[in-house]
Design a protein around this ligand. Structure first.
Ligand SMILES: NC(=O)C1=CN([C@@H]2O[C@H](COP(=O)(O)OP(=O)(O)OC[C@H]3O[C@@H](n4cnc5c(N)ncnc54)[C@H](OP(=O)(O)O)[C@@H]3O)[C@@H](O)[C@H]2O)C=CC1
Ligand SMILES: O=C(CO)COP(=O)(O)O
Ligand SMILES: [Zn+2]
Length: 354
């Protein structure tokens, strides 16, 4: 028998996934189904608390579960600690991340460290951390991708998500389309560095990006069918990351560019918006069809230029120059870095700057 000891992996996936109109009302039933009792801690943002957090609190209380709330501001190590302290103070037996990517990541990592279950309740389809087992946290000013647990349940109410500002849904499309360059980078790292490459996770990731590109014409504001399509692709991305055991299928050079912008731009845009623009430029560097990426993002209504991101050209160039230093262990098309003239060239040719 030929053994393959290195391939043994623990793939953690959500148990209950609810996507649809009004599924928020089923939070109590989901807790019952999963035998979650005691006190809940709702991790939410200042806007999303008013939109959904308070409603979740009421639904839980009607189901006999007492719920406390903690408000999040930044996805940092300090805030993970703040959430953990609050969970201990209220003797929480499980956590819910109710809101944006930041609140979900903080609930995910804090619950992992406390060994408590966690439910993901996204209020927008802006990022693919909805169902993933990773948390993107800034530690000491450095962007890190931390292994965490998958949510035990995902409750994605398309009525809520389609009512969110359309900019958030368009950003989610950028986060999914970025799978294309992420997978190209992963393949490159496999060829040049003999890095493990997961065919299945890569295929799933490419498929989600393809679905969004193929449906770009029909992704519209306030359409629940659009919200549903994007949420399903985001959930699928989370599954791809869990299968891979890393964010590799969904995060490559275009994500490093976005993380660099978060570090240096005075007012960064949304994660998925920056990743979308990064994908246009990284696809050019890969010698691929960057125009197809740009056209799809334009059709959806996501930004394709520095001006549309609301970021000055000089920060785009600086982020291109710094991107390879963000996660040096993650080999990408950026290799050991671009020269200033190459960075300016890629941004100009792809019309990101003019
Ligand atoms: N773990 C993973 O695998 C991944 C993690 N990420 C991470 O997720 C984060 C990006 O998430 P993203 O959601 O784009 O950005 P943010 O977490 O920054 O949230 C963006 C804003 O949208 C608001 N918002 C959310 N839902 C609604 C709504 N229904 N109506 C009105 N406003 C709303 C939020 O309000 P409020 O202030 O209330 O939160 C917040 O102000 C980054 O930190 C990124 O690194 C991204 C991809 C994958
Ligand atoms: O944003 C992500 C995938 O879309 C997670 O990626 P990172 O590993 O870059 O934090
Ligand atoms: Zn992302």
């Amino acid at each position: 028998m030929i053994s393959d000891k290195n391939s043994a992996k623990w793939m953690q996936l959500p148990r209950d996934v609810l996507v649809g109109h009004g599924v928020l009302e089923e939070v109590g039933d989901v807790c019952n189904d999963l035998k979650l009792k005691g006190n809940a801690l709702i991790v939410t943002g200042s806007t999303t608390r008013d939109i959904v957090g308070k409603r979740v609190c009421n639904i839980l209380e009607s189901a006999g579960i007492s719920a406390e709330t903690v408000i999040t501001y930044k996805a940092t190590t300090e805030e993970v600690e703040k959430v953990m302290e609050k969970a201990l103070e209220v003797e929480a037996s499980f956590l819910l991340g109710v809101g944006s990517g930041r609140s979900i990541d903080l609930a995910k990592l804090a619950s992992t460290r406390l060994k408590l279950p966690f439910i993901s309740v996204p209020t927008a389809a802006s990022h693919d951390g909805i169902a993933s087992s990773r948390a993107s946290i800034v530690d000491n000013g450095r962007s890190t991708s931390v292994q965490a647990q998958s949510p035990i349940a995902v409750i994605a109410d398309t009525e809520v998500i389609s009512a969110a500002p359309f900019r958030l849904l368009a950003a989610g499309c950028g986060d999914i389309i970025s799978n294309y360059t992420a997978v190209l980078d992963w393949e490159l790292a496999s060829r040049l560095r003999n890095e493990y490459f997961g065919e299945y996770a890569a295929a799933l990731s490419r498929m989600a990006a393809q679905v969004i590109i193929d449906c770009a014409d029909s992704i519209k504001p306030e359409h629940e069918t659009s919200a549903r399509l994007v949420v399903k692709a985001l959930v699928s991305n989370g599954v791809a990351m869990s299968i891979a055991g890393s964010s590799r299928p969904a995060s490559g050079s275009e994500h490093m560019f976005s993380h660099a912008l978060d570090r240096i731009a005075p007012k960064p845009a949304l994660h998925g918006e920056q990743c979308g623009v990064g994908t246009i430029m990284m696809m050019y560097l890969h010698g691929g069809n960057w125009q197809e990426i740009r056209d799809a993002l334009k059709k959806i209504g996501a930004p394709v230029t520095a001006e549309e991101l609301g970021i000055e050209d000089k920060y785009i160039i600086e982020a291109l120059l710094q991107a390879h230093t963000i996660r040096p262990e993650r080999y990408t098309i950026l290799g050991s870095g671009l020269t200033p003239s190459a960075a300016e060239k890629v941004a100009r040719i792809t019309k990101v700057i003019s």
